[in-house]
Design a protein around this ligand. Structure first.
Ligand code: ADP
Length: 623
C-alpha cells in the first residue's frame, strides 16, 4: 500500500516525539484521553439534541486496555469517530500548527521542555510507541478505516471492520531498554495512577478491566483471578468541585489538559454562583499571548456548557474583544442545550453571565495590579494593546472598565505606570497629563520638545504603540485632567522670561521662512519649549504627527488627513542669529536654511523627507 507523507511541520514534531528523552513521557495518555473526551463531547451533544437518536448515557465512555503479551495499549472511545478523509487530514498534519511554533532546529533539541509546557496532542503517542494504529468509525457511517504509522516515513489508511462507532488508538509499546522503562505503560496499576494524576476531571467514565481475586465458588480456601471493570476517574469536572478542595496545581493541570495555553497561566479565577442565573466558571489569564493572538485568525471565546454538557468550544459572546485573551469555560444549568449561534447575542442568561464575568475579570486584574505588580506588568506586556484597542474601538463606552487598567512608560519612573499613578503625583502647577509619541522610548527621551517640560519636573508618558494616542483621544481626560501631546502647538507652558516677546520683532523673518516652505508648514514661529535644540515641529489641531504616520500606513487611507505642522525656532540658539543675518543680507541663503531646518525637524520626528536630493544639495552648498 502506498505510504502517505506527513506534512513537513508534522514531521518535525513527530521526529521530536520519537527521539524524545523527555522524562514525563507519560503525558501521552493525558493527550489521548483528552482527544477521546473531546470526541465524546461531540457525539454526546449530538445525541442529546437530536430527537431521532436514542440517547443512553451509558453509551459514552473511554476504555483503556493494556495487553502485556502483545505489548499493546489501547485507548478506545465511543465518540464521534473519523471518516477516511478526517483520518488523513487530522492525523497527517498538526491540527494546531504553530501551537508548536519553534523556529530553530536547536529549539527542537531543547524542545524537550516544550512537551512539558503544553499539550502536543496525538503525536505524543510516538514517545512511547513504535507503531500507532487508529481504527475509527464515524457517527452515521457503516464503514471503518485504519490509520497506521511507524513514524517519520509516513502512514497508510485502509478500510477495516469496527462494530461500534468511535475510535481505538492502539499503541505498540516500545521495548524497554537499560535507560528507559516502557513496560510501565502496560501495567494496569501504573495506568490507573496516571489517569488519576492527569485525567481525573474527565467527565466520562474511563474504564479499565482490573484483575481481582476472589474465593472460588463453593470453596473455602481456593482463590481465582477474575476481571472487573473499574472506573478510574472521579468524573467530577473541576469547575463543579469546591474551591477549598482544589489546589493551584489542579487548575494548572486542567489548563494544560485543555490546551488553554502554552505556559503556566498567570492567574486563574474560579467562580461559583447561585442566583437568578447559576453558573460555574473557571477562567485563566495566560502568561503568553498565543502566536496568532494579534491576527485575524485568533478566535476569542470560552467553552460553553449546559449542566456539564459541552455546547460550544468557543463562545465569543461571553467575552468582550478587549478581554479576548481570557481562556476557560462556563457551565450553567440555565443555558439551553439548543442555543444556536445566531441566538447567542439575544440570550438573556448568556448576556447576564457575560456581564458578570466581565466585572469579575476587571476586578481580578485590578487586584493583580495592586497586589502582584510584577505579574500585572507581565500580563500588560502581552495583552496591554488589546485593552487600549478596546478603548479606541468602542469610542470609550468601556472606559470605566479599562481606564484604570492601562499603563504607559513614564519619563520619571522609567517603567510602566498607570494613569492614576501619574495623576496622583502631578505637580501643583501642572495642568495637563503630558505625553510624547514616537517609535521608541530611547527616541522619545531625546525629543527636543520634551526639554522644557522635563525641566519643570513634569512627568511625560511615552506612547510607543500606534494605538496609544488614538486611545487617549477617546478618553480625552482622566480624572478631569486633559491629555496634552508635548508637540502640540498650544502646549501652554510657562518658559520664563527669556523667550517671551520675541515673536513681535521677528514677524517678518518668520513670515519669510513660512513663505519659503510653502504648504509644508502652517506657521514658523519662536518656540517656547526649546532649550538647547535649535528647531522642532509642533502640530495644531487633532491630528498629531504620529497619528498621521499611522493613518498614512492604513490600507484604505482616510482622504488627506495630515498633521498641521508648525516649525518652531529656538530664539536662544546661535542658529537664530544666523537666520537673522541671512534675512538682512542673503535671502536666498535663508530659503536654504529654512528648508534644511525643516527637514531636520522632520528627521528628528522620525518622518521621511520628501525630496532627499534637494536636501542633500542644500546642505552641501551651505557647507
Ligand atoms: P488537537 O487535539 O490539539 O486538535 P491532536 O493532534 O491531538 O490535536 O488531534 C488532531 C485532531 O484529530 C483532533 O483535533 C481531532 O479532530 C482528531 N482526533 C484525534 N483523536 C481523536 C479521537 N479519539 N476521535 C475523534 N477525533 C480525534
Amino acid at each position: 500500500m502506498a505510504k502517505r507523507q506527513f506534512k513537513s511541520e508534522s514531521k518535525r514534531l513527530l521526529n521530536l516525539m520519537i527521539n524524545s528523552i523527555y522524562t514525563h513521557k507519560e503525558i501521552f495518555l493525558r493527550e489521548l484521553i483528552s482527544n477521546a473526551s473531546d470526541a465524546i463531547d461531540k457525539s454526546y451533544y449530538l445525541y442529546l439534541t437530536n430527537k431521532d437518536l436514542v440517547f443512553n448515557k451509558d453509551d459514552f465512555y473511554i476504555r483503556i486496555t493494556p495487553d502485556e503479551d502483545e505489548r499493546t495499549l489501547t485507548v478506545s472511545d465511543t465518540g464521534i469517530g473519523m471518516t477516511k478523509e478526517e483520518l488523513d487530514s487530522n492525523l497527517g498534519v498538526i491540527a494546531k500548527s504553530g501551537s508548536f511554533d519553534f523556529k530553530e532546529e536547536n529549539e527542537l533539541k531543547e524542545g524537550i521542555d516544550i512537551i512539558g509546557q503544553f499539550g502536543v496532542g496525538f503525536y505524543s503517542a510516538f514517545m512511547v510507541a513504535e507503531k500507532v494504529t487508529v481504527i475509527s468509525r464515524k457517527e452515521g457511517s457503516e464503514k471503518a478505516y485504519k490509520w497506521e504509522s511507524s513514524g517519520i516515513d509516513g502512514y497508510t489508511i485502509s478500510p477495516c471492520e469496527k462494530d461500534k462507532v468511535g475510535t481505538d488508538v492502539i499503541l505498540k509499546i516500545k521495548p524497554s531498554t537499560e535507560d528507559e522503562d516502557y513496560d510501565e505503560f502496560l501495567d494496569p496499576y501504573n495506568l490507573k495512577r496516571l489517569v488519576k494524576t492527569y485525567s481525573d476531571f474527565i467527565k466520562y467514565p474511563i474504564k479499565m478491566k482490573m484483575k481481582k481475586r476472589r474465593l472460588k465458588e463453593g470453596s473455602k480456601n481456593e482463590y481465582e483471578d477474575y476481571y472487573e471493570d473499574e472506573i478510574l476517574n472521579s468524573m467530577v469536572p473541576i469547575w463543579r468541585k469546591n474551591k477549598n478542595e482544589l489546589k493551584e496545581e489542579d487548575y494548572v493541570k486542567f489548563y494544560k489538559e485543555k490546551h488553554f495555553g502554552f505556559d503556566n497561566p498567570l492567574k486563574y479565577i474560579h467562580v461559583s454562583t447561585e442566583g437568578a442565573v447559576s453558573y460555574n466558571a473557571i477562567l485563566y489569564i495566560p502568561a503568553k499571548a498565543p502566536f496568532d493572538y494579534y491576527t485575524k485568525e485568533f478566535e476569542k471565546g470560552l467553552e460553553l456548557y449546559s449542566n456539564g454538557v459541552m455546547i460550544m468550544k468557543k463562545c465569543g459572546e461571553l467575552l468582550p474583544d478587549y478581554f479576548g485573551f481570557v481562556q476557560g469555560l462556563v457551565d450553567s444549568p440555565d443555558f439551553s442545550l439548543n442555543i444556536s449561534r445566531e441566538m447567542l447575542q439575544h440570550d438573556r442568561q448568556l448576556q447576564f453571565v457575560a456581564k458578570k464575568l466581565n466585572e469579575k475579570i476587571k476586578s481580578e486584574l485590578l487586584s493583580m495590579l495592586k497586589d502582584e505588580r510584577e505579574n500585572y506588568e507581565k500580563f500588560y506586556k502581552q495583552f496591554g494593546r488589546t485593552l487600549k484597542y478596546g478603548l479606541y474601538s468602542d469610542w470609550g463606552i468601556s472606559r470605566e472598565t479599562l481606564e484604570d487598567l492601562i499603563m504607559f512608560y513614564s519619563s520619571h519612573e522609567k517603567k510602566l505606570v498607570t494613569l492614576d499613578e501619574y495623576v496622583s503625583r502631578m505637580k501643583e502647577d501642572q495642568k495637563y497629563i503630558y505625553y510624547a509619541t514616537g517609535e521608541s522610548i530611547d527616541k522619545l527621551s531625546k525629543l527636543p520638545q520634551a526639554e522644557l517640560i522635563a525641566d519643570k519636573g513634569y512627568e511625560i508618558l511615552y506612547f510607543i504603540d500606534e494605538i496609544d494616542e488614538f486611545a487617549i483621544k477617546v478618553l480625552l481626560t482622566y480624572k478631569d485632567k486633559e491629555f496634552k501631546n508635548i508637540s502640540s502647538s498650544d502646549i501652554d507652558i510657562d518658559a520664563g522670561k527669556d523667550s517671551s516677546g520675541i515673536d513681535e520683532g521677528n514677524k517678518d523673518l518668520f513670515a519669510f521662512m513660512k513663505e519659503a516652505l510653502g504648504d509644508k508648514v502652517k506657521e514658523v514661529r519662536a518656540s517656547k519649549r526649546l532649550k538647547t535644540h535649535p528647531v522642532c515641529l509642533a502640530t495644531e489641531g487633532e491630528v498629531s504627527i504620529e497619528m498621521e504616520k499611522v493613518l498614512k500606513a492604513m490600507p484604505d487611507k482616510p482622504a488627506d488627513i495630515h498633521a498641521q505642522k508648525i516649525l518652531e525656532i529656538n530664539t536662544n540658539h546661535k542658529i537664530y542669529e544666523k537666520l537673522k543675518d541671512a534675512y538682512e543680507n542673503d535671502r536666498e541663503k535663508l530659503k536654504k536654511y529654512s528648508n534644511v531646518l525643516f527637514n531636520q525637524a522632520l528627521l528628528i520626528e522620525g518622518l521621511t523627507i520628501d525630496d532627499p536630493v534637494q536636501y542633500a544639495n542644500d546642505v552641501y552648498e551651505l557647507i
